[in-house]
Design a binder for this molecule. Structure first.
Ligand SMILES: [Zn+2]
Length: 284
C-alpha cells in the first residue's frame, strides 16, 4: 500500500513519458500486480483526456468568436468602402454638373424665332456690341426673314453669333441701305463710318462695324435683291459657325488662326497710343 501512494504520485510523469526507463518499468510491473493502481491510472488518463477536451472546446469557441468578429469587421469595412465609392461617384457627378453649369456657363441657347430678335438685340447690346449694322426694329417693309441666334457661355467669354437675313420691300431696302451708309460713331473728336468692302474680301458688298477685332465680327451684306444679311459673331471660329459659311469674309478667323485681332472696330477710337474705351451709345 505504501508503494501504491508513490505510484499514484507518478501518474502524470508516467503518462507524459517523462520517467526514466527503470522507473517506468517498475510502474508497468506494478500495474500488472495491483488492480487498484491499474484502474486508478485508467481513471487518471480518462480525467486528463476530459480536461484536454474541455480546453480544446474552449479554444475552439474563442476562435469562432474571433472569426465572427473578423467577419463583422469585414462587413463594416465593405460597407464603408461601398459608401465611399458611391459618395465619390456622386460628388464627381455633381462637380461635373457644377462645372458644366456654373463655370462653363451651362447649355447653349439657340433661337430661330424672329420674335426673339428685339429682346436679344437689347440684351446683347448691353453686353458686347452696339449692333450698329443691325436694324433696330423689323417693321412692315419686310417681305421675309431668317434668324439664327446662338449663345454659349464659357468660363471667360461667351460665344455668340447672330444671323439675320431680311428681304425688304423696295422702299424699305433703299431706306436701310441709306441708314447703313450714314451710321457713324464719334469719339473724342474722331468720326468713324462703317467700313465698306465691295466684294473683295466679303462675298457681297459689305458694311462693316467690326472686323476681326477682339475675336468679333459685325457686318451687313447686300446679299441679294432687296436682301440684307446681318451678322455678328464673337469667339466663333469658322469651323464652328452655325449658319452658312458662304456669308463669311475670306480671311475669317479659323480655329488655328485664332488670335486676338486688332482689326477695324467702329466702337473704338485710337488717340495717339492709347485706346479709348468702349462706348456703345447708339444715339451719339
Ligand atoms: Zn498499487
Amino acid at each position: 500500500m505504501k508503494d501504491c501512494v508513490l505510484i499514484k504520485d507518478l501518474f502524470p510523469l508516467y503518462k507524459e513519458e517523462l520517467l526514466r526507463e527503470e522507473a517506468a518499468k517498475i510502474l508497468k510491473v506494478h500495474f500488472k500486480e495491483c488492480e487498484n493502481c491499474r484502474k486508478g491510472y485508467e481513471r487518471y488518463c480518462k480525467k486528463e483526456q476530459e480536461k484536454e477536451e474541455i480546453i480544446r472546446k474552449k479554444q475552439e469557441e474563442k476562435d469562432r468568436g474571433f472569426l465572427k468578429l473578423l467577419r463583422s469587421y469585414r462587413k463594416i469595412f465593405r460597407f464603408l468602402v461601398g459608401t465611399l465609392a458611391i459618395l465619390t461617384v456622386t460628388l464627381s457627378t455633381l462637380l461635373f454638373l457644377f462645372a458644366a453649369l456654373v463655370i462653363n456657363g451651362g447649355w447653349a441657347k439657340r433661337s430661330k424665332d424672329i420674335a426673339d430678335y428685339p429682346e436679344i438685340l437689347t440684351k446683347e447690346q448691353n453686353m458686347r456690341t452696339g449692333f450698329f449694322v443691325f436694324p433696330k426694329t423689323l417693321g412692315e417693309e419686310i417681305v421675309d426673314s431668317t434668324f439664327d441666334y446662338y449663345y454659349k457661355d464659357t468660363l471667360f467669354d461667351p460665344t455668340i453669333s447672330v444671323f439675320l437675313q431680311v428681304t425688304y420691300k423696295k422702299e424699305g431696302y433703299e431706306a436701310e441701305v441709306k441708314r447703313l451708309e450714314e451710321v457713324k460713331k464719334t469719339q473724342s473728336g474722331e468720326v468713324k463710318l462703317l467700313l465698306r468692302d465691295d466684294g473683295e474680301n466679303y462675298p457681297y458688298s459689305a458694311y462693316i462695324a467690326v472686323e476681326n477685332h477682339n475675336y468679333s465680327y459685325e457686318y451687313a451684306l447686300l446679299s441679294g435683291k432687296h436682301q440684307i444679311t446681318y451678322i455678328y459673331t464673337l469667339h466663333v471660329p469658322r469651323e464652328k459657325i452655325k449658319f452658312d459659311t458662304k456669308y463669311l469674309p475670306s480671311d475669317y478667323m479659323t480655329e488655328e488662326g485664332r488670335a486676338f485681332g486688332s482689326g477695324y472696330s467702329i466702337y473704338r477710337a485710337n488717340k495717339g497710343e492709347s485706346v479709348i474705351s468702349y462706348d456703345y451709345n447708339r444715339e451719339e
